[in-house]
Ligand binder design. Structure first.
Ligand code: CA
Length: 278
């Protein structure tokens, strides 16, 4: 889900606002203007780095140190995307996210994707659990290049969604059809309609991957998301479980390998899976 900014008309803005065009700051087809990224982060070192990499990649970066400042900035001019730190001094990032959603949902303006910055694994759990509907998250410490790549991917996706939908109604872009169906209550995942018999960790791994097709998860991320902190787990633990998971997937669709391996990095769910098992 995206935050929908209130329908602030450009005519309500003051004349001194530096706008290159009537749709500046929105993820529109007019790519001649810089897309505006709102960075909500109270640590100035991180904020500086973020602004630097975003600007050198051709974005306009706007920095807010507090949730209150972010709410004001968002209301004044909705950005193309928000990078939102979970640990803020006045409100936590989750609460700010909800307030932005509540406040903006009534408007009919384009949706604004949100990427969370998280420092703790329990925060990552909440984001990945998708209860919040954020578009993605980056775990601290993060690679600035990775963040910019993530931002670009999300903006491309949201621009495709905006182009496909009429301007007046903007439902969240439909997820690509996947051969997976997660039944969280039963801790069961179906693959091409057939239930997989998975161990607890296999289930956890596959669930994380399926919930974010195309998103690359490092082994460390997968360890912190799926395994207990107390358990003896290593990178090889992830690899071993991916191996057994793949065998179970192959048993259903021998020619399909839905889990991509990114050498030296981690794993991702393939986005272009056949509609029927091959
Ligand atoms: Ca913080």
């Amino acid at each position: 889900m995206h935050i929908r900014p209130s329908g602030v008309s450009p005519t309500l803005h003051g004349p001194r606002r530096p706008r290159a065009g009537p749709r500046a700051g929105l993820p529109s087809a007019a790519m001649s203007t810089k897309l505006r990224i709102l960075v909500v982060e109270d640590e100035s070192g991180i904020a500086d780095t973020l602004q630097y990499v975003l600007k050198s990649d051709g974005f306009e970066a706007v920095w807010c140190e507090t949730a209150e400042a972010a709410l004001a900035s968002f209301a004044a001019e909705p950005p193309a995307l928000v990078v939102l730190d979970v640990g803020l001094p006045d409100l936590n990032g989750f609460e700010l996210f909800k307030r932005l959603q509540d406040r903006m949902r009534r408007g009919g303006a384009p949706e604004v994707p949100v990427v969370f910055l998280t420092a703790r694994s329990d925060e990552i759990d909440r984001v990945v659990g998708l209860e919040l509907g954020a578009d993605d998250y980056i775990a601290k410490p993060f690679s600035p290049r990775e963040l910019v790549a993530r931002v670009r991917t999300i903006l491309r996706r949201s621009q495709r969604g905006a182009a496909a939908a009429p301007a007046t109604a903007s439902p969240p872009p439909a997820a690509p059809a996947l051969p997976f169906a997660i039944d969280a209550e039963r801790m069961l995942i179906r693959y091409y309609g057939r239930p997989l018999e998975l161990s607890r960790y296999e289930y956890g791994l596959l669930r994380v991957l399926v919930q974010r097709p195309g998103r690359v998860f490092t082994r460390d991320e997968l360890l912190s998301l799926v395994w207990d902190e107390s358990s003896d787990s290593f990178d090889r633990t992830v690899d071993a479980h991916v191996k057994t998971l793949r065998a179970k997937l192959r048993a259903i669709a021998p020619e399909v390998d839905p889990i991509r391996t990114l050498r030296g990095t981690g794993y991702a769910l393939a986005e272009d899976l056949p509609a029927a098992p091959v």
